[in-house]
Each structure stands twice: as C-alpha cells, then as structure tokens.
Design a protein around this ligand. Structure first.
Ligand code: ZN
Length: 188
C-alpha cells in the first residue's frame, strides 16, 4: 500500500524516533509499504517519520544511482534501531533531495565514511562500514530518526534564502505527483 509522505514543517519530522521491538505490529507489512511508497515517489530512501511513524526504521534502495556510483548497484537494505557509531573526519559534499521536501536540492557536507550498528528486517544485528553514496543515503535517512532534515545542515545564510520555499512546501504550494500530508495546508 502506498502511504502519504509527510511534508517539511510537520512535527513528526522534528521528533527523535523511538527504538522498536521484534513484536512491533505488522512490521513486515510496514516495511513492504515503505518500499512501495519509496519506489512510487522515485526516492532512494524513506524513513518511518516520513510516513508519520516516529520509530527507528528506514529503508534504502540506492540502485538508481548506480550509473554514476557503481557501489550503489543492488544496494537495498532495511535498517532498524540503527546507531552511527563512527564517522570519518574526511567529508564529502553532495547535492541531496528528500521526498518530504519536493522540488528542492541543496549541497550538504557530511562525513564520507561511517560505521553503523543496526538490525535488519529479521532483527539480526550487523556492524558495517559504508562509504561513498551508501554512507550518504544512510546518513540522510538516519537524520530523519534524529528529528533532522538535510536543510538543517546547510549554512544558516543559505537556509534563510530558502525560507519562502520551505514555507510553500509546508503549505502544499508545491508541484508533486505523489500523495503528501502538508502540515500547514492552504487552499490555492
Ligand atoms: Zn529525506
């Protein structure tokens, strides 16, 4: 089932999400729905807060990036209760976008390499190192669990310039071809 995506400005995107247990109701269905929603809206990642659930879960399929970033080939994963336990000093600037902020992209600086401890969809624990585009997408989704979005990481001057655009998004004054929940919806 395709779920509506929460837009910028919604309080759920500012909350720190909570860990889940293996008996979380209908978890496998929720994961399937999140993948379906992500593919439908042509995203490469989707975090549970973006579908209005404040839990520590995100899904990734970075395969659409594989022509530019070969390591993205077949990179499809579920992350439950993840913790980023190490970040590199070396950083990388990449132009990010987000399903909660349609029609917008900004350069974001992040560590280029990370180590993540997480559970997969079967609650099997992993600790893995990621770099390149994989580390990028994971950090973007992880931010959603921490109550952050990528525009919180752009320079304050730049964010000020984006103020009107961000307000328009929260009010639904944006062209988008997937279903969304706008926190400050206005009639046109
Ligand atoms: Zn996002």
């Amino acid at each position: 089932m395709i779920l509506p995506v929460v837009a910028y400005g919604h309080p759920v995107l500012k909350r720190v999400a909570e860990d889940i247990e293996p008996d979380y109701p209908n978890l496998q269905q929720l994961i399937a729905d999140m993948f379906e929603t992500m593919y439908h809206s042509e995203g490469v990642g989707l975090a549970a807060p973006q579908i209005n659930k404040s839990i520590r879960l995100f899904v990734i399929d970075a395969d659409p990036f594989h022509e530019t970033y070969p390591e993205a080939k077949g990179f499809k994963k579920v992350f439950i209760n993840p913790e980023i336990v190490e970040v590199s000093e070396e950083t990388w600037t990449f132009r990010e976008g987000c399903l909660s902020l349609p029609d917008m992209n900004e350069d974001v600086v992040r560590p280029s390499k990370i180590v993540v401890n997480y559970l997969d969809e079967n609650f099997v624990e992993h600790e893995e190192e990621f770099d390149g585009i994989k580390a990028r997408v994971i950090q973007h989704e992880y931010d959603h669990l921490e109550g952050k979005v990528y525009v919180d990481r752009v320079a304050p001057m730049r964010k000020m310039m984006l103020k009107n655009k961000l307000r328009n998004i929260s009010e639904g004054m944006v062209a988008v071809d997937y279903k969304m929940i706008f926190p400050n919806k206005r009639r046109r």
